[in-house]
Design a protein around this ligand. Structure first.
Ligand SMILES: Nc1ncnc2c1ncn2[C@@H]1O[C@H](COP(=O)(O)OP(=O)(O)O)[C@@H](O)[C@H]1O
Ligand SMILES: [Mg+2]
Length: 362
């Protein structure tokens, strides 16, 4: 069942938290709301769940208005950041309670509980009480309780945030697998870009109560719509520097400090003299020899090993540093001369005033 929001706004007093959102979560897709803390993600989920009333706009499930329905009437399951288990029930009872309330027969309840417990790797915990569980185990039980109901719409608010890194990675694929098996429409909230990129069919990047971009993980990563999305997605973050468009031997270049960076041939005409913000991901920056005339010269400012890769920060002008991600066997000495090359087809260009992306080279 798809979920369609139109003109959806929410204010708390004078604080407008969601600003006229138009967004459709397609049926059976896994869609993530990704954005920094405080951007309105939880509020949006609570509106969809019916726990909060909109200030304006409509919410439809499968083409039918649900604004007047209570949470219980919406056939959704949710897992929230702060979850509460029933302390006097054991894990199996906690997971199957929602089914019991709906009058599901005992055999079916036991079967569903078993399936969910297996997915979450907690069959050995079924007879324990919540107080005998770790935080991570409790979180999995809370997930299990929502999963057991096979809802049409599954809402999750940072459900993995209390788990350790290893379990988080396992749970990402388990949750995605469960979503596929169940055929639900999943709406997942996180501030963690890795979760969003790995799990989602579609990602809605939010900031300041506005959807900044809605697209597949590839679209969001390869063609960020604006400076916010470009800077928020990707690790380490995209490099940015401002420059002025000029022409050099007939090809467009961006003048950055005393350097000229070649721009894509497909750049729109008539930009000469304009200031643009250039963005390039550390993975796309090439480390060149200090004397390479096609590269921008500078000095190695810092070198950091991340594991299989190394981050080399090259200062190309006072306080202007470009990070290149290179293979770990490349390890230039700090303060040694170096140069960075920017492949024109890997550049992202933005209007510094509006923040919007310029059309990119094919
Ligand atoms: N019940 C509430 N009353 C007043 N302000 C709220 C309430 N709930 C959320 N807010 C405000 O709305 C903004 C967005 O919050 P929230 O939706 O929790 O963001 P996120 O989940 O993205 O971190 C914050 O500024 C928060 O203080
Ligand atoms: Mg939140």
């Amino acid at each position: 069942m798809d979920v369609a929001l139109s003109g959806l706004s929410k204010s708390f007093g004078a604080n407008t938290v969601l600003k006229a959102l138009d967004l459709t979560f397609p049926s059976q897709k896994f869609v993530t709301l990704l954005g920094p803390s405080g951007c309105g993600k939880t509020t949006l989920l609570r509106l969809i769940a019916g726990l909060e009333r909109a200030s304006a706009g409509t919410i439809e499930f499968g083409g039918r208005r649900v604004d007047h329905l209570s949470p219980g009437e919406r056939d959704i399951a949710m897992v929230f950041q702060s979850y509460a288990l029933y302390p006097t029930m054991d894990v199996a009872q906690n997971i199957s309670y929602g089914l019991k309330v709906r009058g599901t027969p005992k055999d079916e309840r036991a079967e569903r509980t078993g399936v969910v417990a297996k997915v979450l790797e907690i069959p050995h915990l079924l007879s324990r009480r919540p107080k005998a569980l770790s935080g991570g185990q409790r979180q999995r039980v809370a997930l299990g309780r929502a999963m057991a109901r096979s809802p049409k719409i599954f809402l999750m608010d940072e459900p993995l945030s209390n788990l350790d890194a290893k379990l988080r990675a396992t749970m990402r694929s388990e949750l995605k697998r469960f979503h596929l098996d169940l055929g639900t429409t999943s709406i997942y909230v996180t501030h963690d870009q890795l979760e969003a990129m790995t799990m989602s069919d579609l990602v809605a990047v939010m900031d300041g109560g506005v959807i900044q971009q809605f697209g597949t993980p590839e679209e969001i990563y390869d063609t960020p719509a604006n400076l916010f999305v470009a800077g928020f997605i990707g690790s380490p973050p995209m490099n940015f520097c401002d420059g002025t468009v000029a022409a050099h031997d007939g090809t467009p270049v961006l003048q950055i400090a005393e350097h000229s960076v070649r721009l894509p041939e497909s750049l729109p005409r008539g930009l000469e003299g304009r200031t643009l913000t250039l963005g390039i991901r550390p993975q796309d920056v090439e480390l060149a020899d200090a004397g390479d005339s096609a590269a921008v010269p500078g000095r190695v400012w810092m070198v950091e090993l991340t594991g299989s890769e190394r981050l080399v920060e090259v200062e190309i002008a006072p306080k202007l540093r470009i990070t290149a991600e290179v293979r770990s066997h490349i390890n230039p000495p700090i303060d040694s001369p170096a140069a960075v090359a920017f492949p024109p087809d890997r550049l992202h260009l933005f209007d510094p005033d509006s923040g919007g992306a310029l059309p990119r080279a094919a």
